[in-house]
Design a protein around this ligand. Structure first.
Ligand code: HEC
Ligand code: HEC
Length: 366
């Protein structure tokens, strides 16, 4: 499959084009209760829709393709020794977590493998003269208090233009391009309050759709049947669809907690961590707000898999004001196995958008 398609397919949520036909059929069938695979010994109790993400996690942890362990088109076969080793490793990792970490998934394939098939056991020697370590950052001045999560959110909403201005906009139609693997493809992003969104990539000869209709997500390509997203994909997609994300964060994540501040590309950021155990499909998130502007510059969300958490990072940039509200016109989505950037060139607010545009087509996508 050409690289470009690999990045474009599974646009918002999951590089699904990498998943075997077996697994795709299961996705289409929907319910997580369906048997997850024909030959599972370690992951047999995992929800069917987590097998694909678990496999992506394993591939990313070892820095390999599926075929390192699998015979293409015959995922259930145990022909390759690496698959057998991997099965023992899944058991070993679970055992380490059970015995030493109270059952919490602290140790994963990545902890040892770090993107290589053979973990490194011996510390590396210095390859150049040791550099002088920068001095420790100065402790915060006496009397300085850290902002609370609520204050960080307040500053964010104020930076966007304030709640009243934000609520005056109820739909947004954006045109631009998606940049992936060195090529550029026209794209449209249509969003409507409170939480509808469709992204249409106009690839040559066929459009691809990624959408959230307000309740569930779907994906499709011109001339083929659309497919419903899995529950966890839908959960991730629903966050992208939140039209008033800044106003909704406290509600989506009632347990929002301030984390240790971090610097991203030279920008000092406040960090908030959110999880919502009451809504299992809502991904845990880490949000980075620039200390100076107050704006959201990064969101990392985590997809749970039986072998570890798969991260998706979205970096927001090029905030511009239209109709009194700031919106990022560039965002870069990065995962262990792929990355693309969307650059918006044209924004129109409050354009009437028919709800039908977000609905999953019953038959072929047109
Ligand atoms: C490092 C080895 C390894 C890599 C890489 C790997 N897998 Fe697997 N895969 C396994 C093992 C081991 C199992 C069986 C797990 C068990 O016994 O519960 C499995 C099971 C599966 C199954 C279930 C098959 C069935 O019906 O029994 C599918 C589907 C699958 N993998 C797809 C993939 C895809 C797609 C990729 C690439 C994104 C991938 N795997 C990468 C080791 C691997
Ligand atoms: C505690 C550290 C540790 C963890 C955790 C770990 N591995 Fe390993 N793994 C190793 C070591 C060490 C080797 C190399 C063994 C050797 O060289 O004989 C290895 C080798 C392998 C190999 C064989 C590679 C080859 O070249 O054939 C596979 C496949 C593998 N691991 C998969 C996994 C998977 C999948 C996970 C997560 C479920 C995992 N490992 C977790 C330490 C670990």
């Amino acid at each position: 499959m050409p690289v470009q398609r690999r990045y474009l397919a599974g646009f918002v949520v999951g590089c699904l084009s990498l998943i075997s036909p077996v697994l795709r059929a299961q996705h289409a069938d929907g319910p997580a209760a369906a048997p997850a695979g024909k030959n599972l010994t370690q992951l047999q109790n995992a929800p069917a829709d987590q097998i694909g993400p678990a496999m992506q996690f394993i591939s990313a942890s070892l820095g390999v393709e599926c075929t390192f362990c699998h015979v293409a088109g015959k995922m259930e076969a145990d022909d390759k020794p690496a698959k057998k080793t991997a099965r023992e490793m899944i058991a070993m990792t679970a055992e380490i977590n059970k015995t030493h970490f109270g059952g919490r998934p602290q140790m994963t394939c990545y902890s040892c493998h770090r993107g290589a098939t053979r973990p490194v056991a011996i510390p590396a020697v210095l390859e150049s003269d040791a550099v002088v370590k920068p001095p420790m950052p100065a402790p915060p001045a006496a009397g300085a208090t850290a902002p609370t999560a609520a204050q960080i959110l307040e500053k964010y909403v104020a930076a966007l233009g304030g709640e009243a201005a934000v609520r005056k906009v109820t739909s947004r139609v954006m045109k631009g391009s998606i940049l992936a693997g060195g090529s550029e493809t026209p794209i449209e992003v249509i969003t409507k309050a409170p939480n509808k969104r469709v992204t249409i990539t106009h690839a040559s000869g066929s459009d691809s759709f990624t959408a959230f209709d307000g309740a569930a997500g779907w994906m499709g390509n011109t001339g083929r049947a659309a497919r419903a997203m899995s529950a966890s994909e839908s959960g991730a997609s629903s966050l992208d669809a939140e039209f008033y994300l800044g106003l909704r964060l406290a509600e989506l994540y009632p347990q929002l907690r301030r984390g240790r501040p971090e610097t991203i590309a030279g920008v000092d950021c406040e960090v908030l961590n959110g999880a919502n155990a009451a809504v299992p499909t809502r991904p845990a998130v880490r949000l980075y707000f620039a200390k100076d502007s107050g704006l959201l510059v990064r969101m990392v969300r985590y997809a749970e898999t039986p072998v570890g958490r798969m991260p998706t990072q979205i970096d927001y940039a090029d905030y511009r004001e239209t109709d009194g509200v700031k919106t990022p016109l560039r965002w870069t989505l990065s995962r262990p196995n792929g990355r693309f950037t969307i650059q918006i060139a044209d924004v129109k607010n409050n354009v009437p958008v028919d709800d039908a545009r977000f609905v999953k087509p019953a038959g072929e996508v047109k």
